[in-house]
Design a protein around this ligand. Structure first.
Ligand code: NAD
Ligand code: UGA
Length: 447
């Protein structure tokens, strides 16, 4: 569980920079709030009028641990501002971060329209030297396109530098991750930009890796693809474990003890979701294909991830027999705990598969229900886990929220029509569940 960052002491003699962040979503807002906390004057820009109005009312457009406190503190200190005007941001800052979304196109490639639109707008408005920072996750060579776009649209021929500064934060622990990075990557083309960016990040006291722009762009896609590969790898091992009665948790623990492999991202489950791993994997396959390389390895990572959802539905079928007309309770909708983000959440695919077989779905998530309502229809959203379990033929756990680990399982059992739990996140011990009288199925462990 991520810890909240302690309020950092800003050294009085360090002069903060003037920064604007264009795109105030999960990355932009966190980046803006954290840079303000480090003593910089930050303007967060977004073209979503409602989002900016929400922020100006002092409310949060997203749920992210510790973010609200950080935003409020820096707004009060007059270091953090919100606007819909790119011009206002550009006029009042030297460093301009582009943190807009880069969603997948139908062919899997990254849609860079928003990046282009912002680059054009920045170019038209800028009147003095600017560092334009590519914070969004983009395919290699996007920096070149941004540079070209800015040159074409800046009629006054103002000097500027492009920096690629990929972001590695995770949702649910975004503030902590930003403040405690393993490394900061700066893809630069000038010493001047490098110096200014080093000064900006200096208070974080983190290792800074300076590269050319293309290497920095590849570092981001390669990192996310590697993490995705680790998850699909362990999910494949889990499937083998199930066939022979081995225990994936023990296997993963022992594999991870080898420091060359590492224990992170070896948790078997229903596969990875979220706004980034699936999208970036596809985009990386797409860009490498364009460059003339067939990245078969990553295509298989994607296939395994999709199959993992199907295996879960098979487990439900094996436990309840016919899915049609059965009431299935879903615990956990968000793609991971501590966030309300539903983008590419495994719950979406799994619930829709169950609905196609005419299951009746009840569901609960501690924070993601408002976001889920817009995506998953014909679902009875419940007030808590017990309400969900009431009258269910099976419960399916899809997100490993802490509160699910502390459930009163005896009470759950009494409320259910049949004591069946399919645990897609391995949060309970099979032996204990058996003792309690559950039919319990999990991932990569014998029952
Ligand atoms: P998001 O959808 O939460 O936020 C993007 C914001 O950009 C939105 O608020 C949108 O309104 C705004 N925007 C779009 N076009 C704009 C324009 N022309 N002018 C002003 N604002 C505009 O997306 P996100 O999750 O913050 O991701 C942003 C980028 O960062 C993506 O490339 C993503 O891959 C990358 N990234 C995300 C994470 C993460 O955990 N979410 C982590 C690392 C990197
Ligand atoms: C991921 C990366 O971890 C970040 O470094 C990166 O900055 C970010 O993508 C991004 O580029 O947007 P995030 O998507 O927030 O962060 O969440 P993760 O913790 O990576 O989890 C992604 C998915 O993988 C979740 O669905 C999670 O349940 C799943 N997962 C993760 C597993 O199934 N097993 C694991 O061992 C770890």
């Amino acid at each position: 569980m991520a810890k909240l960052p302690k309020k950092r002491k800003i050294k009085e003699k360090r002069k903060g920079k003037k920064v604007s962040i264009i795109g105030s979503g999960h990355v932009g807002l966190v980046t803006g709030a954290c840079l303000a906390e480090l003593g910089n004057r930050v303007i967060c820009v977004d073209n979503n009028v409602e989002k900016i109005a929400t922020l100006n009312r002092g409310e949060m457009p997203i749920y992210e641990l510790g973010l609200e406190e950080l935003v409020k503190r820096n707004v009060r200190a007059r270091r953090l501002f919100f606007t819909t005007s790119i011009k206002e941001g550009v006029d009042n800052s030297e460093i301009i971060f582009i943190a807009v979304n880069t969603p997948p196109k139908p062919d899997g490639g990254a849609d860079l329209c928003y990046v282009e639109a912002v680059s054009r707008e920045v170019a038209k408005t800028m009147e003095s030297y600017k560092i334009i920072v590519e914070k969004s996750t983009v395919p290699v060579e996007t920096g070149k396109w941004i540079s070209r776009t800015v040159k074409l649209n800046n009629k006054k021929n103002i000097n500027f530098d492009i920096v690629s500064n990929p972001e590695f934060l995770r949702e649910g622990s975004a503030v902590y991750d930003f403040m405690h990075p393993d490394r900061i990557v700066l893809g630069v083309q000038s010493k001047k930009a490098e110096k200014i960016m080093r000064e900006l990040y200096q208070p974080l006291n983190a290792p800074i890796i300076v590269t050319d722009i293309e290497s920095a762009e590849i570092i981001k896609h390669a990192s996310n693809s590697f993490l995705a590969m680790k998850i699909s790898y362990i999910n494949s091992i889990a499937n083998i474990c199930e066939k022979v009665g081995a225990d994936i948790n023990k296997v993963a623990h022992a594999i991870g003890c080898d420091r060359r492999i590492g224990s992170d991202f070896l948790y078997a489950g229903v596969g990875f979701g979220g706004a980034c791993l699936p999208k970036d994997l596809q985009a990386f396959v797409g860009i490498t294909q364009k460059l003339g390389y067939d990245f078969d390895l990553l295509k298989v990572v994607e296939k395994i991830n999709h199959e993992q959802r199907e295996f879960l539905v098979n487990k439900v079928r094996d436990a309840v027999w016919n899915i049609k007309d059965k009431t299935i309770g879903i615990l956990g909708l968000a793609f991971k705990p501590n966030t309300d983000d539903m983008r590419n959440a495994p719950s979406i695919e799994i619930i829709q598969m169950l609905q196609r077989e005419e299951a009746k779905i009840k569901a609960y998530d501690p924070v993601a229900i408002p976001a889920a309502r817009g995506i998953l229809k014909e679902v009875t959203y419940c007030k808590d886990s017990y309400d969900t379990a009431n009258g269910c033929d099976a419960l399916v756990i899809l997100t490993e929220w802490e509160e699910f680990k502390r459930l009163d399982l005896k009470k759950i059992k009494k409320l259910m029509r049949a004591p069946i739990i399919i645990d897609g996140r391995n949060i309970f011990e099979p032996e204990k569940m058996k003792r309690l009288g559950f039919i319990y199925r999990s991932i990569g462990r014998s029952t």
